[in-house]
Write a protein that binds this ligand. Structure first.
Ligand code: ADP
Ligand code: ADP
Length: 220
């Protein structure tokens, strides 16, 4: 089946004659895959992820997520990590992990969350963490939730090469073990192509190409 199915999906911010951030997008993303959402800055990647997460309502068309027309109702099954990594700046790392467990008592995968967060200073407050450390903590929370679908906006951008390699490995293992669908965006295809078996190319608010990474790389 499809994890995400968009039909004529379009998004325009604000009222009146604004520009379309996303227009006339129709595509399917197969379930259980690690998918790269690739395109230049301003292409519409963040908008697409926020629509799939149910945080934005489409201006036109529709997006079905995990078989539902109302992705907002699927909060428990979706982990969405935006670029600004919404964490509580006053909480410590340890308290943030504890809160994650409290909020997801049934599904919480403590072993994975704790392992991903283990290089972080556990008693440091979130506001003192670097960008890369905040990304690591946000990914630990997302993985701990053990969602059916992970929507990750530029998750690798702030990470150093070693952290990138480690976290990419963890995400791929998660997808393989639990059939999690992972969609992650980047403006650099090579940052993701080794890890992602499916690619969606977005440019100028349109989905230009979608398919198996091997096929797309071979054809270009
Ligand atoms: P990407 O993630 O690929 O960089 P975005 O989805 O962030 O692309 O942006 C797509 C387009 O929508 C851009 O032209 C951007 O300026 C515009 N846009 C994004 N967010 C907003 C917003 N909150 N209000 C108005 N325009 C926005
Ligand atoms: P990384 O370790 O991933 O390279 P940085 O520590 O360089 O991340 O942070 C990226 C940007 O965010 C920098 O411009 C930095 O000044 C800023 N920044 C990082 N931590 C804070 C903070 N606690 N408060 C305000 N700005 C911060």
């Amino acid at each position: 089946g499809s994890a995400i199915e968009a039909n004529g999906l379009g998004m325009k911010y604000g009222r009146g004659a604004g520009r379309w951030a996303l227009r006339d997008c129709s595509f399917r993303l197969p379930a259980g895959r690690v998918c790269a959402l690739v395109g230049p800055n301003g292409a519409g990647k963040s908008t697409l992820l926020a629509l799939a997460a149910g945080l934005l309502g489409p201006t036109e068309g529709s997006v079905r997520v995990l078989g539902s027309d109302a992705p907002g109702a699927l909060r428990e099954r979706i982990a969405y990590v935006s670029q600004d990594k919404p964490l509580y700046p006053q909480l410590t790392v340890a308290d943030t992990l504890w809160a994650g467990q409290e909020l997801n008592p049934a599904s919480w995968d403590r072993a994975t969350a704790d392992r991903v967060a283990s290089p972080l200073p556990q008693h440091a407050k979130v506001r003192t963490l670097s960008g890369g450390q905040r990304t690591r903590l946000a990914l630990a929370l997302a993985l701990g939730k053990r969602p059916s679908l992970m929507l990750l906006d530029e998750p690798m951008a702030d990470l150093d090469p070693l952290a990138r390699h480690q976290l990419m490995g963890t995400l791929m293992a998660e997808a393989a073990e639990h059939s999690t669908t992972i969609v992650m965006s980047s403006h650099i295809l090579t940052e993701l192509e080794g890890a992602c078996d499916y690619v969606l190319l977005v440019d100028g608010g349109r989905v230009r190409l979608g398919g198996e990474t091997d096929d797309i790389v071979a054809a270009h």
